[in-house]
Structure formats: structure tokens, C-alpha cells
Design a protein around this ligand. Structure first.
Ligand code: HEM
Ligand code: NAG
Ligand code: NAG
Ligand code: NAG
Length: 276
């Protein structure tokens, strides 16, 4: 009897805490535009996580485990706060490469979102929403609507993007870089990264099994770096993993009809070199 009573008390306290935490939870993870001193970078995914407070809002002191936690959604006694439902195995290598974008002692454990723009570490040419580093525009970091128009105009007549349209967008964006960027780097590494990025936006904002995603949600993600919750998006019910992405990326790979135009990847080991 004694035991039952205490369990009941504990259960009520827990329930009360959870209920009380709900508005606070929503508030903690609401979208807030970055301020002038907050750092953002070339990754719309990490920028979005920072805009919602899943990663530090100032874009600094971003750790590998911090990214893994944020991409998945955190769990503690008070709240479950899902972000992308992306499993660590889908993004761990990119995150570890991210540490190379710093060259001070702190970069052993953390990075800033802005530093991720170091060219050819993770940042690459033929992006879908940013310009190339070497194409004369001078901006490989910020969202550019002209560049994004290839994706925005893809899959005409439908209100969804899919693996076929994503593959065609990658093909078109690469053709543009081949034509306009004399410094283009396009090896297998960039191809794998670009396809993973396409797989991610389709899986997070659509169905990870089919890779079909409402245009409305994807466009808000790229243009505003915001989770389109108010527009009706909910996070994927199934975990997005390296395996699930691998399956839909096969179509993206095939449709993008990719060939290397650079034979050897420059090995960039830090923001100021060395470049081997
Ligand atoms: C679930 C987490 C992530 C999502 C949803 C995501 C999503 C994306 C997408 C869609 C792009 C393509 C942007 C474009 O081509 O214009 C991109 C680019 C990029 N991502 Fe992420 N990403 C994630 C994790 C990471 C991680 C862990 C890192 C490294 C620390 C990273 C670093 C980058 C960089 C540097 C770019 C720029 C590549 C370029 O376009 O030049 N991302 N990401
Ligand atoms: C956070 O990052 C900033 C900028 O990179 C750095 O100066 C500061 O020392 C870091 N703080 C901690 C606690 O690691
Ligand atoms: C966006 O990209 C286009 C095409 O590369 C370029 O002409 C334009 O200057 C860019 N806009 C900004 C604001 O950087
Ligand atoms: C992709 O192409 C390979 C090689 O031609 C083929 O074996 C595979 O079935 C294709 N996969 C899809 C999903 O189209």
C-alpha cells in the first residue's frame, strides 16, 4: 500500500512536470532568425537545427555528438524533442570532416557553422542552393534563389519532388558548373556528398521509403531554414538511416548520370591548408 502510494505520487509529479514542460518545450525549439552575430554556414540542415535551438543558436561550439543528438531529437526527463529523425550513421563521416574546418586546439572537439564553408573539406561545387566557390560570384555560403531555381522548377506539374527529379537537378547543376566554373572539383567524393544531401531533403521532408517529398516543405526548408511545422510537416515516423538513404540514393545516382570531370580529389586538411 505504502509502495503503491509512493508510485502514484511519483507518477503524478512526473505527469505534472511533463505537462508543465510542454509550452516551455515548444518555446525552446521555436524558430528564431539568426542575429547579426550568430554564425551560419553553407549547410541548410545544420542552419535549420541552429535556428530552432537544437544546435547552439549562435552557431558556435558545435560538437560531433551535439550534431548527432540534434539531428535525431533529444530525449531527457522533461521532453522529447524530435528534429529530423536522422540517425547518426547517415551523417557521422560528414560531421567528423567538419572538425577539419578549424585549425586551433578547439577544433579537436568542436566547429562553427560558418567555418564549414572551407572549400573542398565538406563544402563542394555544384550545390543545389548555393553558388560555387570558384565561379566568380564569390559566395558559396548563402542561399541563392537563382541557383535554387533549378530545384524549384523541377518536377513540373507535380506538387512533390522525388528521386528522379533530384537526380535530374544534380545533373543540371553539375552541367552549369562544368560550363561556368573553371575551378570545378567533381570527383566521386562530391558525387557521394551531393547525393546524400538530396537523399536527406527528400527523406526528412517526405517519405524516407519512397523519397517523395512535398515541394512546399522542401522549399521552406531551403528558403527560410525553418521546419515547416506550421504548414503541416511532421518529422518522419521511421528512422532515417544510412541504409534507408542508400536505397533511394540509388535512383538519384542513376538518374544524375554522373561522371567525374576531375581525376583526383584535393585532400584539404585545414581551413588554411595544407592541401595535398
Ligand atoms: C541531418 C543533418 C543534415 C542535413 C539535413 C543536411 C542537409 C544538407 C543539404 C540539403 C545540403 C545541400 C545544400 C546545397 O547543395 O545547396 C547540405 C550541404 C552541406 N552540409 Fe549538410 N546536412 C546535414 C548534416 C551535415 C553535417 C553533419 C555536416 C558537417 C559537419 C554538414 C555540412 C554541410 C556542408 C559543408 C554543406 C555545403 C555543401 C555545398 O553545397 O557546398 N551537413 N546539407
Ligand atoms: C566556443 O566557441 C568560441 C568560438 O569558436 C570559442 O572562442 C570559445 O572558447 C568556445 N567555448 C567553449 C566553452 O568551448
Ligand atoms: C545569385 O546567383 C546568381 C547566378 O549565379 C548571381 O548572378 C547573383 O549575383 C547571385 N545573387 C546574390 C545575391 O549573390
Ligand atoms: C541503377 O543502375 C544499376 C546499374 O545499371 C542497376 O543495376 C540498378 O538496378 C539501378 N537501380 C535503380 C534503382 O534504378
Amino acid at each position: 500500500m505504502q509502495l503503491q502510494f509512493s508510485s502514484l505520487v511519483i507518477a503524478s509529479v512526473f505527469f505534472a512536470t511533463q505537462t508543465a514542460a510542454t509550452p516551455g518545450h515548444a518555446n525552446k525549439y521555436q524558430w528564431i532568425a539568426p542575429t547579426a552575430t550568430d554564425l551560419r554556414g553553407p549547410c541548410p540542415g545544420l542552419n535549420t537545427l541552429a535556428n530552432h535551438g537544437y544546435l547552439p543558436r549562435d552557431g558556435r561550439n558545435v560538437t560531433v555528438p551535439g550534431i548527432m543528438d540534434a539531428a535525431l531529437g533529444r530525449f531527457n526527463l522533461y521532453f522529447y524533442s524530435p528534429a529530423f529523425n536522422v540517425n547518426w550513421d547517415a551523417i557521422l563521416i560528414a560531421a567528423k570532416f567538419g572538425l577539419l574546418t578549424g585549425d586551433d586546439l578547439l577544433s579537436g572537439t568542436q566547429m562553427t557553422l560558418a567555418a564549414l564553408s572551407s572549400h573542398n573539406i565538406v563544402e563542394h561545387d555544384a550545390s543545389i542552393s548555393r553558388n560555387d566557390f570558384g565561379d566568380g560570384s564569390g559566395d558559396n555560403v548563402h542561399f541563392n534563389e537563382t541557383t535554387f531555381s533549378t530545384l524549384a522548377n523541377s518536377n513540373p506539374g507535380k506538387d512533390t519532388y522525388d528521386t528522379t527529379s533530384a537526380g535530374l537537378v544534380q545533373k543540371q547543376r553539375l552541367a552549369d558548373s562544368v560550363a561556368n566554373n573553371p575551378l570545378l572539383v567533381n570527383t566521386r567524393k562530391e558525387f557521394i556528398l551531393r547525393s546524400r544531401e538530396s537523399g536527406l531533403y527528400l527523406s526528412i521532408f517526405g517519405d524516407p521509403a519512397t523519397g517523395i517529398a512535398p515541394k512546399k516543405f522542401v522549399n521552406i526548408f531551403f528558403r527560410e531554414e525553418r521546419l515547416p511545422v506550421a504548414e503541416g510537416w511532421t518529422k518522419s515516423k521511421s528512422l532515417i538511416t544510412g541504409d534507408s538513404l542508400g536505397i533511394i540514393e540509388e535512383t538519384i545516382h542513376n538518374v544524375s548520370d554522373w561522371t567525374a570531370t576531375t581525376s583526383c580529389e584535393p585532400l584539404v586538411l585545414g581551413p588554411n591548408g595544407p592541401i595535398l
